[in-house]
Design a protein around this ligand. Structure first.
Ligand SMILES: [Zn+2]
Length: 332
């Protein structure tokens, strides 16, 4: 497993939230459903990012090459790359036909072998029959953060049937990241599962919980869960939030609002980009200038924008402590 080694006094730069996609040439690695491959957003992203120019024989190989190139060239020290588990039926069996976006845990564990900067963020749908065994397996393989996509995977975090999973994650020191706020990039089972108040149950087991996106929704959504995120942060010391996707055009005001929150909130905000979703540059042009040098690398551009806001001093680095990857400073 990677263990952070940093010069004293220097704060490591960590991105807590990035994705890799598989097109589906080898479905065991991962896939996008035919509907997702046809979606305008998917096609727009592929075109905007000129994926055809990357190295590799297949789209999946090109996507992986670009991720590795950007991670390697980035000023970031560590990047969490997230897997994406399937949808499961109520009886715990896998439902591939209802799954529109899948990336296997082995795929991100393998990526972490290819770059010392990549930290694997596996994904486990707690509905699956072997959820506990998979949690133990990925932890054994070095994973210290597991993502649950409430909206896409159809997981209501408030169900008592997940207590054993939450308890085991807390015992193993595995951070649980939940998607919060309305989801727009993929087919959704229920937006209601993304309300941060539903995280009370995993939080009660005492482990570290990250509310990805801090409950924020897009400017056009009928409601926002940001106020309930703030309430939950006040109630639970073991709750954190990340800033993934907040530099996009449809949520750009959320960075201003979040950075003006009280320090008991901002001190538990973690840097996350949601790469490869690109940050919008226009709303932040007064902060970054018209042609910032970071614009050629989405990871660095997103970091540049977010570092221009005032979050806690541990904004880019405390995830390593939460994942147990950095020993606490010695006294004296
Ligand atoms: Zn994401």
């Amino acid at each position: 497993m990677n263990t952070a080694a940093q010069t004293p006094g220097e704060q490591p730069l960590v991105d807590a939230h990035t994705h890799v996609f598989c097109w589906g040439e080898n479905p065991r690695d991962g896939f996008l459903s035919a509907r997702t491959r046809r979606a305008w957003l998917t096609r727009l992203l592929l075109r905007l990012t000129a994926i055809q120019k990357e190295e590799g024989a297949t789209i999946s190989e090109k996507l992986r090459s670009r991720l590795l190139r950007h991670v390697h060239q980035s000023e970031l020290d560590y990047v969490v790359v997230l897997a994406q588990d399937s949808v499961y039926r109520d009886d715990g069996t896998r439902d591939d036909l209802a799954t529109h976006f899948y990336v296997s845990n082995d795929y991100v564990l393998d990526l972490a072998q290819r770059s010392t900067k990549i930290l694997p963020g596996c994904s486990i749908n707690p509905i699956r029959r072997d959820a506990l065994a998979e949690l133990e397996r990925v932890c054994e393989a070095g994973c210290r953060l597991v993502k649950i996509h409430t909206a896409i995977q159809g997981v209501d975090p408030a169900l008592s049937r997940f207590d054993g999973f939450y308890r085991r994650a807390a015992d193993l020191g595995v951070v649980l990241m939940f998607h919060t706020g309305y989801e727009h990039s993929c087919t959704v089972r229920s937006q209601k599962f993304t309300d941060p108040t539903r995280l009370a149950r995993p939080l009660e087991h005492g482990g570290v919980v990250i509310a990805a996106h801090c409950g924020t929704c897009a400017l056009f959504d009928p409601e926002t869960y940001y106020p309930t995120f703030v309430q939950m942060m006040r109630r639970h010391d073991n709750l954190y939030g990340d800033t993934a996707i907040m530099a996009s055009l449809i949520r750009w005001t959320s960075l201003w609002r979040l950075s003006r929150a009280e320090t008991d909130i901002t001190s538990r905000i973690l840097h996350g980009s949601d790469y490869p979703f690109p940050p919008a540059r226009l709303p932040f042009v007064l902060r970054t200038g018209l042609f910032p040098p970071e614009r050629h690398n989405g990871l660095d551009m997103d970091l540049r924008i977010k570092q221009s806001f005032r979050f806690g001093s541990a904004y880019t680095c405390q995830l390593l402590d939460l994942m147990g990857l950095r020993s606490p400073p010695r006294d004296g």
